[in-house]
Design a protein. Structure first.
Length: 302
């Protein structure tokens, strides 16, 4: 892998692989790295006590690669620690993935300084505290993945930008409160808020003009009337299990080509609409433990 000091360099940087390359004498002989980039990468390698692969923490020297566009840390053993402030020097950074690496501390406010960031994935770590409102200062952030952490507090109303319809993945945290009403103006690509402590009415996230494909709100405390939901045909996955949703399943559900569907453990009543994939693709487990649902595939007559 080569590096250079132009804004177009570093199409993808996987540090465990880069540092492995730097450890080989053949790379040093061929001088395939730009001298300055090589100096910084060797400095980073030295910060890890010259390991064969990356196994410790994110060093401050990462900020000395000013034209870096992509960072990818994923499933690295014995990796821990916070995100260093020096990352704010990476003005061209577009994609930041630090997942499955035991990242600790809070999500730093200074990430909002990464104005060119379009993809943020900090999933499967041990991050605590609230979601910083400064993330709203990143104008084109189209993917926000903060799932599988220990985040608390409410979801900031300004977190997503309606002009950059995002994938918002916040599942498996300890978030609480209601979903901001401003989210009703956003056409999400995917939204997953499952397994939190969220409550309130989320019906504003549905609509004929919403082209969202995947919606997972399971295992929260959401409470709204499902009877009159308007849903765009693009929806392929809807999971609402373990909430406090009432009313009936709307007939529009029969018009969807659903790959996933679950409304179990709610307060729904009435006859399950017949048609589409509601009976052919999903068995009774997608509907049971409701107040008074009836009809196939439940063995309850109406």
């Amino acid at each position: 892998m080569t590096t250079s000091s132009t804004p177009k360099s570093h199409p993808l940087l996987v540090f465990s692989f880069l540092l492995l390359l730097l450890g080989r004498s053949s790379l040093a002989k061929k001088e395939r790295c730009h001298p300055e980039d090589k100096r910084v990468l060797l400095k980073i390698k030295k910060a890890f006590n010259d390991p064969y692969i990356l196994t410790s923490w994110i060093p401050d020297a990462i900020g000395d690669l000013p034209y870096l566009q992509n960072i990818f840390f994923h499933k690295l053993a014995n990796f821990s620690g916070p995100i260093p402030y020096s990352i704010t020097k990476l003005k061209y950074l577009k994609s930041l993935t630090i997942s499955w690496v035991n990242l600790t501390g809070t999500i730093p406010d200074f990430l909002g300084q990464l104005k060119n960031l379009t993809y943020l994935n900090l999933s499967f770590n041990n991050l605590t505290g609230p979601i910083p409102t400064t993330l709203s200062q990143i104008p084109n952030l189209g993917y926000i993945g903060l799932d599988r952490n220990k985040l608390t507090g409410t979801i900031p109303a300004s977190l997503v930008n309606p002009k950059s319809p995002p994938y918002l993945i916040l599942s498996h945290n300890q978030l609480s409160g209601e979903i901001p009403s401003s989210f009703g103006d956003v056409d999400f690509g995917k939204i997953d808020l499952s397994r939190n402590k969220l409550r309130g009415d989320i019906s504003m996230l549905f609509g004929r003009n919403k082209t969202t494909q995947i919606m997972d709100f399971s295992r929260n405390m959401f409470e709204f009337n499902m009877s009159n939901l308007e849903i765009h045909p693009s929806l392929t996955f809807l999971d609402l299990n373990h909430n406090k949703i009432y009313g009936s399943i709307p007939d529009v559900m029969t018009q969807l080509e659903l790959q996933g569907f679950n409304v179990s453990y709610n307060r729904l009543c009435g006859k399950i609409p017949q048609g589409g994939t509601l009976q052919t693709r999903f068995d009774y487990s997608a509907y049971f433990h409701n107040r008074c649902l009836c009809g196939a595939p439940l063995n309850i007559t109406c």
